[in-house]
Write a protein that binds this ligand. Structure first.
Ligand code: DON
Length: 306
């Protein structure tokens, strides 16, 4: 593949649309990000990365962190996880509460906020929020081969201050006994992992294990079983973009996860992992320009599961 040509074409396709979409402002610390930013990184099996634009600029990974916490929870508790969270698309916004009441406090899937809070709760059990976050950071740093991955404390505080909706979700689930730990402990961990800062290069590199049957192809470390890897990719494909998951799959055809910081992480099984960042979002919280970039990328490379 001529990566220089492919990525130059992606850049020229997105150029007229740069700045489109709405930067997330319900977390005040995210509102000030320049909407014209655009970066992309493609990580290959040998750990090398092909990058364009602002691929080395850190951004708030937000809900993309849910993929990594899900992989840790499947490793820690296995299929027991599915007793407390489903695996169906919600067809609702990421922070919706409507389904929880009828469905006994069991969230539809691990990638909506309610489901991710349950996943985080499993990880907090026995160790507490601080050690849980340390473990996650250690894992990300190892996978990305880069120690410069941190939780942005300003974003964490901002999320917590603006966190009424997530508190409502968490207390509601607690009332159904679907959280094991004190709500504030679980939420501290949840807000912190959403507030992790990474750049496209680090993120694409850290997700390679999902493209290679659960084993990081560079270090040879098995992060999850190949079965769990398949399942994580399946959940990303069907639920990774909330009520925009069908459209994303139609356009891009790869398992992906969006974040309201404007990042999208995409897995191309057997090929590599791609991270793209541009802060303007569509209604469902998926990066508008990021999706356009991925469409162009898939069209050129043929990296799609269909
Ligand atoms: O809990 C929240 O609302 C944010 N920390 C994460 C939401 C998010 O990234 C939705 N994804 N597109």
């Amino acid at each position: 593949m001529d990566w220089t040509k492919i990525l130059a074409e992606v850049e020229s396709v997105v150029e007229p649309s740069r700045g489109q979409g709405r930067v997330a402002d319900y977390i005040p610390a995210l509102a000030a990000i320049d909407p014209n930013k655009f970066g992309m990184a493609v990580a290959m099996a040998d750990g090398s990365t092909h990058c364009i634009g602002d691929a080395d600029e850190p951004f708030s990974i937000q809900s993309i962190s849910k993929v990594f916490t899900l992989s840790m929870a499947l490793r820690k508790v296995g299929d027991v996880l599915w007793q407390s969270v489903g695996r169906e698309p919600s067809g609702s916004p990421f922070n919706s509460i409507v389904q929880l009441e009828k469905e006994c406090g069991i969230p539809r899937n691990p990638l909506i906020n309610a489901g991710a809070i349950v996943v985080t709760d499993h990880l907090v059990t026995q160790v507490g929020p601080e050690i849980m976050i340390d473990k996650l950071l250690t894992r990300l740093r190892m996978l990305a081969d880069d120690d410069a991955i941190l939780v942005d404390q300003i974003v964490t505080e901002s999320e917590s201050e603006a966190g009424s909706r997530n508190r409502a979700l968490a207390y509601f689930m607690k009332s159904f006994d679907n959280l094991q730990n004190p709500v504030e402990d679980t939420l501290r961990a949840y807000f912190s992992h959403c507030a992790i800062s990474m750049n496209c290069r680090q993120l694409s590199r850290a997700a390679l294990f999902l493209a290679f049957d659960g084993t990081d192809p560079v270090s040879g470390t098995q992060m999850v079983s190949s079965e769990a890897c398949r399942r994580i990719n399946a959940v990303m494909m069907s639920c990774g973009h909330y009520d925009n998951s069908g459209d994303f799959t139609y356009r891009i055809g790869l398992p992906g996860k969006s974040g309201v910081g404007g990042g999208i992480l995409v897995v191309a099984p057997g090929h590599g992992a791609i991270a793209v960042w541009s802060p303007g979002l569509n209604e469902a919280g998926t990066s508008t320009v990021g999706s356009l970039a991925l469409e162009s990328f898939v069209r050129q490379t043929g990296w799609t599961v269909f």
